[in-house]
Design a protein around this ligand. Structure first.
Ligand code: HEC
Length: 198
């Protein structure tokens, strides 16, 4: 269900991107697409709102920036096409391209996850370090307490076998990404933190 909504939201964003771009290329044809535009805007906002309440960590800064840009783009796009204002349509198009790019990035403030965790728990194994790593890398699917089950993610302690857990963390599984760049100390810190989530 979550994955379906996420894909639908993604598809709507791409369709809207094309639609907002269209009046820039064909200024005359814009009026006939108004209804379609409204339907797509509404569906994008509805699926977005669903994800906002379902996805753990959906209120973090890069996402907030994305929402502001997207809503701004939609408003500029609607006004632009109503008034036949080409400059506004162009602005809407680029706002939307930028918001879309941000959403693909998924990294905190455009810094890669790898960069962000570089300095965490490098010296010694610690639960606190594990918690920090978890918040950057894992929270968005497993949730703060492991119980989010976003996109069918199980509780990370469902199989409390540390060899298995370390393997999944390193190499990923299904839609869970791999984290092969983590050091042994970092993986052990994550495992130590997971044990507190039972
Ligand atoms: C994109 C979402 C996502 C992210 C990010 C993510 N996981 Fe997962 N995780 C999943 C899903 C989905 C599964 C189930 C995979 C399967 O069985 O196909 C899973 C499985 C696991 C399991 C195995 C659970 C079991 O009993 O089978 C562990 C342990 C785990 N994740 C820990 C973590 C840790 C630690 C992190 C951060 C370093 C993390 N996950 C990041 C989605 C995610």
């Amino acid at each position: 269900m979550d994955t379906g909504i996420l894909h639908t939201h993604h598809l709507l964003a791409v369709l809207l991107l094309i639609l907002v771009g269209a009046p820039v290329v064909f200024p005359k044809g814009a009026a006939s697409l108004k209804k379609l535009h409204m339907v797509l805007d509404t569906l994008l906002i509805l699926t977005g709102a669903y994800l906002l309440f379902k996805a753990p960590g959906a209120f973090s800064p890069p996402y907030l920036l994305k929402y502001i840009l997207t809503i701004g783009a939609i408003v500029a796009g609607v006004i632009g096409s109503r008034r036949g204002n080409r400059k506004l349509s162009i602005a809407a198009f680029f706002l939307l391209v930028y918001a879309y790019g941000l959403s693909l990035q998924r990294d905190f403030l455009l810094r890669s996850e790898k960069e962000q965790v570089k300095a965490i728990a490098t010296q010694s194994v610690s639960i606190e370090g594990g918690k920090q790593l978890y918040q950057v890398l894992c929270l968005r699917c497993h949730g703060a307490d492991g119980k989010a089950h976003y996109r069918k993610s199980p509780h990370p302690m469902e199989h409390p076998d540390s060899n298995y857990q370390a393997h999944v963390i390193r190499h990923g599984k299904g839609i869970m990404p791999s984290h092969e760049y983590l050091t042994d100390t970092q993986v052990k810190s994550l495992l130590a933190y997971l044990r507190t989530l039972r």
